[in-house]
Design a protein around this ligand. Sequence first.
Ligand code: GLN
Length: 454
Amino acid sequence: QAHLDRIAAVDGDIHAFLHVSDSALSAAAQIDRRRAAGEDLGPVAGVPLAVKDVLVTTDMPSTSGSRILEGYLSPYDATVVARARAAGLIPLGKTNMDEFAMGSSTEHSAYGPTHNPWDLERIPGGSGGGSAAAVAAFEAPLALGSDTGGSIRQPAHVTGTVGLKPTYGGVSRYGAIALASSLDQVGPVTRSVLDAGLLHDVIGGHDPHDSTSLDQSWPSFAEAAREGARGDVLKGLKVGVIRELPDAGFQAGVSASFRAALAVLESQGAEIVEISAPHFEYGVAAYYLILPAEASSNLAKFDSVRFGMRLEVPGGTVEDVMARTRDAGFGDEVKRRIILGTYALSAGYYDAYYGSAQKVRTLIQRDFDDAFAQVDVIATPSAPTTAFKLGEKIDDPMQMYLNDVTTIPANLAGVPGISIPSGLAEEDGLPVGIQFLAPARQDARLYRVGAALE
Ligand code: GLN
């Protein structure tokens, strides 16, 4: 009730939610009854959870921020949502996002932007700005996000929250409306590293419904966070800092906060090691070919027949109906990427664009392999700037894309990454995050290090 009251009080200004559940209270009462009857429900039962609208739910519409899916009701729950419900978490509502998770500011939502609770004139990050803003504004203690190129970590960075992108295959994508299937991962957005671990323990692990799901057991991430918080995990930890990360484009306060965090790590016994990742900076270029290519294919299913909106064309052919529906249903950024992706995949251009981008992806993966032969984790600022003003970059896609320079490489390589708050930038008083990256399957290391520094 307290969270619903908070939503009623502040969400008119913040617009973190696209839909608020009308069954949250009855679900909570059910948990109360089971607990009163002596059932052992585990650590998160009864805790409210905000769910990014990219995840399908049976009891609330799922739009992925797009007009084309307005009012769409899924016949099944995403695996992460089903697991959350089974653990007693209470889905509180669906959160706003850039359309089909394309963006870094939530301004590409068909339903209007979300506002950053720290300053309502600024962006809450994207694409999962709704989830991060809901957590930062105390509308929800926990949220689910998805991260294809940074959409969990960059919103966490600009809202002073914790966000973790798991190892590719660590969390099921079943029921996550696909953006770019080789990059997408679902993960937690929370106010502390321990909370993220608690949520990750619930949603993670093998799912036969997702062919890319890793069939292995995972350690408890909550336990890893607790170890980090009490132990001396930073002693002797080798933290890699990338030599080639271009200094240009990084806001002074972001760089200063990053250096201060490194100094804290060092004072706790960590060793800062300069490493070379020469292809890291080409991540953005490779990503903005691979992502549109995969997205153009994934979004072909919105054909006015199988899902969502259909606009009739009297006397028209089925192609006319598809064209009219897709024209009206998709926003500009989605159309831009479908066109880019279709072009990059077309015969004659495939080798020049998509093929080259895949080669760069392999080089970035090798950079990570070399780096992790020398260090335990890599640290970077989570994003180049603090929250920018709403409207500032909306007409300049290149500027928007460059915001993802530090987050994208982890998606290309499939490795896990966490953003945790590292203070406020001196010049504007806005939150800054530090990102840690670990080798694939070593998500627990990020919880240990994150909780130790938090
Ligand atoms: N900003 C990135 C993009 O626009 C991130 C998207 C994501 O992680 N879903 O593609």
